[in-house]
Design a protein around this ligand. Structure first.
Ligand SMILES: Nc1ncnc2c1ncn2[C@@H]1O[C@H](COP(=O)(O)OP(=O)(O)O)[C@@H](O)[C@H]1O
Ligand SMILES: [Mg+2]
Length: 258
């Protein structure tokens, strides 16, 4: 008698699994403590935070809530006291100073409230600085610095020194410097704090363009109108995240109860 051909149950079909994006920035129970004993300050306390590639986030919160400490941590300028920080899949606590400097130079662009341009250098020379550290040869540096200045609308100011530029123009030079190495992340601490309303809008317009081009943007601001330009508002209080993913309406509520 021949074998009956019994239909076998079909093998399980492979599940279609959507790839889970990896955060660009991930804090896990991160702590940053300054001092010890009576003078101990818990600047960040057990913070969990994930920011994904392409996000545009604002960090808000009262003075002393840990915003700058969080920015220094995100920017790989400092290491956590406890917990973990992964940036672009690298565990920052395990990296030495040279490795952190390399990450900052290649993957992160910094913008500060006070611009921090070198006064004796022209706009183009200021923008070339991160490429000098990266070992880019001079003709390429000149070309890329000029392109970055054109991108922020300063193509006609490349040979001006900072004192010959307005505050808004100086901040645009600083943004050009921040983006010239094609970073993954633009990190800005109060980028519009020293600017008037109109120049603030110019700077936010440039941030929006960079975000649209795919750069992840994280900025600290205490100005609700500036924060509203972002997609996600992360609100710190006493070293912890009090609120995340706030919509503009939620923000109005938080400002009222703060
Ligand atoms: N280098 C430091 N040494 C000691 N305490 C610090 C230092 N930096 C910040 N702090 C303290 O940590 C807390 C958070 O500070 P910070 O991150 O600067 O807050 P924010 O930027 O929100 O104003 C504050 O209590 C501040 O005094
Ligand atoms: Mg601060």
């Amino acid at each position: 008698m021949g074998l009956l051909s019994i239909p076998r149950p079909s093998p399980p079909q492979p599940l279609t699994v959507l790839p889970m994006p990896t955060p660009l920035i991930e804090f896990r129970q991160l702590q940053k403590v300054y001092g010890s004993g009576n003078t101990e300050v818990r600047a960040l306390w057990n913070v969990n935070l994930s920011i994904y590639p392409g996000e545009y986030c604002a960090i808000m919160g009262p003075s002393g809530s840990g915003k700058s400490t969080a920015m220094n941590m995100v920017g790989c300028l400092d290491r956590p006291t406890a917990g973990e920080y992964f940036f672009d899949n690298q565990n920052v606590a395990t990296l030495d100073d040279d490795a952190l400097a390399l990450i900052r130079n290649q993957k992160i662009g910094f913008v500060f409230q006070q611009f921090h341009l070198l006064p004796q250098l022209t706009a183009r020379e200021n923008v070339e600085l991160p490429m000098i550290y990266a070992g880019v040869r001079s003709e390429v540096r000149h070309q890329r610095a000029t392109e970055a200045l054109v991108r922020v609308g300063l193509g006609d100011r490349i040979n001006n020194k900072p004192t010959q530029l307005s505050g808004g123009q100086q901040q645009r030079v600083a943004i050009a410097r921040a983006i010239v190495n094609n970073p993954l992340l633009l990190l800005a601490d109060e980028p519009t704090g020293a600017l008037d309303t109109r120049t603030t809008e110019d700077v936010l317009g440039i941030f929006a363009d960079l975000h649209a081009a795919g750069i992840t943007v994280v900025m600290v601001t205490h100005e609700p109108d500036v924060a509203r330009a972002s997609q996600r508002i992360i609100w710190f209080k006493d070293g912890e995240i009090l609120n995340d993913h706030l919509s503009p309406e939620d923000l109005a509520h938080s400002l009222a109860v703060r």
